[in-house]
Ligand binder design. Structure first.
Ligand SMILES: C[S@@+](CC[C@H](N)C(=O)[O-])C[C@H]1O[C@@H](n2cnc3c(N)ncnc32)[C@H](O)[C@@H]1O
Length: 449
């Protein structure tokens, strides 16, 4: 049983999930509510596991997903690439599984005296050598998240996936590898932050991986059949980058937005941004980042973190100055919250620990979101609507932070959005963990005609 919360059991979404994913039902509801049509384009600037772009594609609407995390970009791309040569896929699947199975068996047998001595004597011609593999635990792997044997197997798997040609088919094998890490292989649970559970000696990585690949293949076949039967789908595009610069990114890098059909303008935006609540996306997806090969260098993690909206105390830096640049404390509500937190620090004489950074996170968070709104405004079509699924937060000494209302004020008074409203959104799937169990709401902003 997967230990990542399942928000819906629909196909393709399940190829790769994380606890902060929202339900595809939100997209379906908003598309109906605003009568979004197939000549429109939807943007999700915090696209995560690709719920928005996958759902939009299925509804026949074009969409663009942006995310600061390279794992999210890969997930979005793979989940929306359906013109895969399945014969070639099956060939590679068989080759890969055939290669790793005996190696995994050998690893499982390690420490087992009978089997070990049997293979070591060389009496078995099919004995598998482990010499070609580097079993050093990758840097940045949190302690005890992977037991020794599963760790070795995942390194073997990565070795062979990395040897495959760099193309869309291999991306499927890579995403499937990343997906099984937190779901089934690592000694972790999510609540919603990743935490360690008891160490398992060994894991059947072979069956887990094969099952994942089989599910993907099945979904692709069904989808390809539906396409042959004339199912209309939207175009999708996935880009890496910081939502605080989303306007520039789309203008410079997007092909889809700059077609005659869309003329450089976004019609709708649907997303669930971070909010100040101590969720560290780069920690929850640490293993995936490592196995994807993007944390090679010591500074790589910080580089990715710095492109994230400041929403937790493990992600705040001395040179952060969005709050200063935007004079964010001119907003009375933000100033009241920050002042209250500064008072607590003074009264309690807090000089250590994460608490000392709470006021800065709050100020930098709203300043970052303000910069994001300004960029969205620039690329939005007149009359276009932007929908943000947010939740209030009480994570910082229970000081209430009405995220939606504050963002609404900023969008209206500082950016120029109009007809702003907050719609209640009761989660259809009341899963544990997500968003602290607080009710979510949808902030809707309209760009004037
Ligand atoms: C709440 S999750 C989105 C989940 C998504 N709705 C889904 O269904 O998977 C927020 C996402 O924002 C991304 N993120 C955080 N700061 C960002 C930034 N400045 N620019 C772009 N993406 C960012 C994180 O990597 C994370 O994937």
């Amino acid at each position: 049983m997967s230990n990542v919360a399942r928000l819906s059991d629909t196909s393709i979404h399940d190829w790769y999930r994380h606890v902060f994913a929202y339900s595809d039902q939100i997209i379906v509801d908003l598309v109906n509510e605003f009568e979004i049509e197939d000549d429109d384009v939807i943007l999700d600037p915090f696209n995560g596991t690709g719920t928005t772009t996958l759902t939009a594609k299925r509804l026949g609407i074009d969409s663009i997903g942006v995310d600061a995390n390279p794992v999210a970009v890969l997930a979005g791309q793979v989940k929306t690439t359906w013109d895969i040569d399945l014969e070639e896929f099956t060939q590679r699947r068989n080759d890969l599984l055939g290669t790793v199975e005996p190696v995994f068996d050998r690893i499982s047998a390690e420490g087992n005296v009978t089997l070990d001595s049997y293979t070591d004597t060389g009496s078995d011609e099919t004995a598998v050598s482990l010499d070609q593999y580097d079993f050093t635990e990758p840097e940045k792997t949190p302690k005890d998240w992977l037991s020794e044997k599963p760790l070795k197997k995942m390194l073997v798997l990565r070795h062979h996936v990395d040897e495959m040609p760099a193309d869309e088919i291999t991306d499927i094998f890579r995403l499937a590898m990343l997906a099984i890490l937190p779901e089934d292989v690592a000694n972790i649970g999510f609540g919603p932050e990743a935490y360690k559970v008891s160490m398992q000696d060994d894991v059947d990585v072979y069956t887990t991986y094969r099952t994942k690949l089989d599910a993907i293949e099945r979904d692709l076949r069904t989808t390809q059949d539906a396409l042959e039967d004339g199912m209309a789908v939207g175009e999708t595009e996935h880009l890496g980058g910081d939502a605080r610069k989303v306007g520039e990114i789309l203008q410079e890098e997007s092909t889809l937005l700059n077609t005659d059909k869309h003329e450089g303008e976004i019609d709708y935006l649907i997303t669930s941004p971070p909010y100040p609540a101590e969720h560290d996306y780069t920690r929850n997806q640490r293993l995936e980042l490592i196995w994807m090969g993007v944390l090679e260098d010591n500074s790589d993690l910080q580089k990715i973190k710095k492109t994230n909206i400041r929403s937790n105390t493990k992600n705040i830096y001395v040179d952060d100055d969005d709050a200063k640049q935007t004079n964010i404390r001119e907003n009375e509500r933000i100033d009241t919250i920050v002042t209250r937190m500064e008072q607590i620090i003074e009264e309690e004489d807090i000089q250590h620990g994460f608490g000392q950074y709470y006021p800065r996170v709050v100020a930098e968070y709203f300043a970052g979101m303000l910069r994001h709104f300004e960029q969205v405004y620039d690329i939005m079509a007149p009359g276009g609507k932007a929908c943000y699924v947010v939740a209030d937060s009480g994570s910082y000494w229970q000081v209430p932070i009405e995220t939606g209302e504050i963002l609404e004020e900023l969008a209206e008074s500082r950016v120029g959005f109009v007809e702003t409203e907050i719609l209640p959104w009761r989660k259809v799937h009341a899963t544990t963990g997500s968003h602290d169990g607080l009710d979510e709401e949808i902030l809707v902003l309209t760009k004037p005609e």
